[in-house]
Design a binder for this molecule. Structure first.
Ligand SMILES: C[S@@+](CC[C@H](N)C(=O)[O-])C[C@H]1O[C@@H](n2cnc3c(N)ncnc32)[C@H](O)[C@@H]1O
Length: 254
């Protein structure tokens, strides 16, 4: 008999955006595996223990959590946002795929959360109102030329693009290069949304035309949403602009 292994997302950071289902999983767990700032978002009881590890140690963290669940402990693996979007749910599945047979018997419960692009989109209007995709700009787990090709193809296909992991100290040039690639395909006035720390006290949401978008306007806490040629801006007196992508599209993309 194994314990249960929950994989949950805290949402983007606003406690009200964590789901009741994830909160119930927290209440039902005794050990919490995750990156410190994400686990810190939870209000834990004295009998609940934190097992903190660095953000780059996802596979080791997944294995450690599976080991504990195999020892009859109810365990919670914690991600920010949604656990299935560039986060721990895939790491747990990778560990099970390549791990001991007994890990396949663990009672695994993956619970969805509000991912960053949805939190950012809701703050500005409806930029994801038509077809869109999400791309991580991190080239830690895939070659940069794959990312370039995906950016080109998705922009040519008319998809709005949500960029996760846009920039970091170790990856300072990739976002600028991504803007250069997209400027060759999309009109200069295409709206680019820089959604930083959505739902948190230090939230900052800004919109810039692609023609003048600067990588320096993003940091690790930013989700960058690049519109399609159809994405529009509505100006409103005394209120922030609305950015949206209509639900319909007129014609073929090249
Ligand atoms: C490793 S990914 C994890 C994504 C997370 N699982 C999710 O579903 O939102 C981290 C990236 O998510 C984005 N992100 C996370 N929280 C955010 C927030 N509150 N506002 C804007 N972007 C955020 C940033 O692009 C950041 O670099």
């Amino acid at each position: 008999m194994s314990g249960r292994l929950y994989v949950i997302g805290t949402g983007p950071g606003n406690p009200e955006q964590m789901t009741p289902e994830a909160l119930a999983a927290v209440s039902n767990s005794t050990e919490f595996f995750g990156y410190g700032p994400y686990v810190d978002r939870l209000s834990l009881r004295p009998d609940q223990q934190r097992r903190i590890s660095d953000n780059r140690e996802e596979l080791d963290r997944a294995r450690a959590a599976l080991d504990r669940a195999a020892s009859e402990v109810n365990v919670c693996v914690v991600s920010g946002g949604d656990p299935g979007v560039f986060a721990m749910a895939a790491a747990v599945c990778e560990a099970i795929d390549n791990g001991p047979a007994e890990w396949r018997d663990i009672d695994l419960v993956i619970l969805p959360g509000i991912t960053a692009m949805l939190a950012v989109a809701a703050r500005i209007g409806a930029p994801l109102g038509h077809d869109f995709c999400a791309i991580s700009l991190s080239d830690n787990l895939k070659p940069w030329d794959v990312i370039e090709r995906r950016l080109q193809l998705t922009a040519k296909a008319g998809l709005v693009i949500a960029l996760y992991n846009p920039i970091s100290k170790a990856r300072p040039w990739q976002l600028g290069k991504a803007f250069d690639i997209l400027r060759e395909i999309l009109p200069a006035q295409t709206p680019v949304i820089f959604g930083r720390a959505a739902g948190r006290p230090d939230e900052r949401i800004a919109v810039t035309p692609l023609g003048t978008a600067e990588a320096a306007d993003a940091d690790m806490a930013t989700c960058v949403i690049i519109g399609s040629a159809e994405t529009r801006i509505i100006s409103r007196d005394g209120k922030p602009d609305l950015v949206y992508t209509p639900r319909f599209t007129a014609g073929e993309t090249k």
